[in-house]
Design a protein around this ligand. Structure first.
Ligand code: SAM
Length: 286
């Protein structure tokens, strides 16, 4: 029996052809077979690169069956590359079943990293990236989409969504309704392409922008939304500490300065601190 071959997971550009790495090109030229989401689309890329490696269709609808067939070829010694239409395979793209089957069969799976729209958008968003949640595509049906957003409303990590152009405006409105219009957000449109645009603002501002500017819904888009600011005042002991802090500050400072400092020291939400400060001033902290 021959030694197992290797499965290469090869990232291709998300727009700008210059983002294909040398290693990706060499891998695509050197393997026995390229499994591609859309063989016509990948065929055009290969033609531009002068690569003649045979193509094999592997998409969402045939992956379950074809993963077994490709794994058998890998076990027989084949070197196979997997690509999707754009960016990194498996990231909201087919390939998971093939990688799982190949890995379970003992085949070596090698990443050939490169472009990924989510990472490209995060890198320019200017929102916290130390921790983030990739949500991919939200459900297309409004009720399911809103239900899912409701479960994410208190998520403190930065949120990343993919969205189809014709749903961008509707999704922005749903995000604003679920998370509040004040939440900072960024929309990265047509990244790495001629009409690359990064829109920044609050969700409410982006909703207004989408209504005023049809360009926002043209082309491919990644939506990045800041995570929820955790309310540090969540139990009665913390509330008592906040009240003591506010009482001391209010004794020496005007209300707004006392609130500013209390927000700074406690980490509580400003409107919550403001409400407590007013209640203390009125003598009705309750
Ligand atoms: N595997 C790809 C990746 O690594 O990013 C993503 C594939 S997913 C089917 C396609 C979605 O990715 C688009 O609907 C859009 O949300 C996002 N996307 C892809 N290319 C993009 C680009 N150039 N600019 C902005 N978003 C892009």
């Amino acid at each position: 029996m021959s030694a197992p071959g290797t499965l290469f997971i090869v990232a291709t550009p998300i727009g700008n052809r210059g983002d294909l790495t040398d290693r990706a090109r060499d891998t695509l030229a050197g393997v026995d077979l390229i499994a591609a989401e859309d063989t016509r689309h990948t065929g055009q890329l290969l033609a531009q690169l002068g690569i003649r490696t045979p193509l094999y269709a592997l998409h969402e609808h045939n992956e379950a069956g074809r993963a077994a067939e490709l794994t058998a070829r890998l076990l027989a010694g084949a070197r196979i590359a997997l690509v999707s239409d754009a960016g990194t395979p498996l990231i909201s793209d087919p390939g998971y079943r093939l990688v799982a089957a190949a890995a379970a069969a003992g085949v070596t799976v090698v990443p050939i990293p490169g472009a990924c729209a989510a990472v490209a958008a995060l890198s320019v968003a200017g929102l916290p990236t130390d921790r983030f949640v990739f949500e991919g595509f939200l459900p297309p049906r409004a009720a399911a989409r809103r239900a899912q957003l409701a479960t994410l409303a208190t998520e403190p990590r930065t949120l990343v969504f993919y969205e189809a152009p014709h749903r961008v405006a509707e999704t922005l409105a749903d995000l604003a309704a679920a998370f509040g219009g004040e939440r900072p957000a960024v929309l990265g449109r047509e990244l790495t392409k001629l009409h690359e645009t990064v829109y920044r603002g609050t969700l409410a501002e982006l909703v207004a922008r989408a209504a005023a500017d049809p360009n926002i819904a043209r082309g491919e888009a990644v939506l990045i939304v800041a995570g929820a600011v955790p309310d540090a005042v969540s139990d009665s002991a913390e509330l008592q500490r906040l009240d003591r802090l506010l009482a001391a500050l209010l004794a020496a400072l005007p209300l707004s300065q006392a609130v500013d400092l209390a927000v700074e020291f406690s980490g509580a939400r400003r409107n919550r601190v403001y409400e407590r400060a007013l209640a203390l001033k009125r003598g009705t902290p309750g």
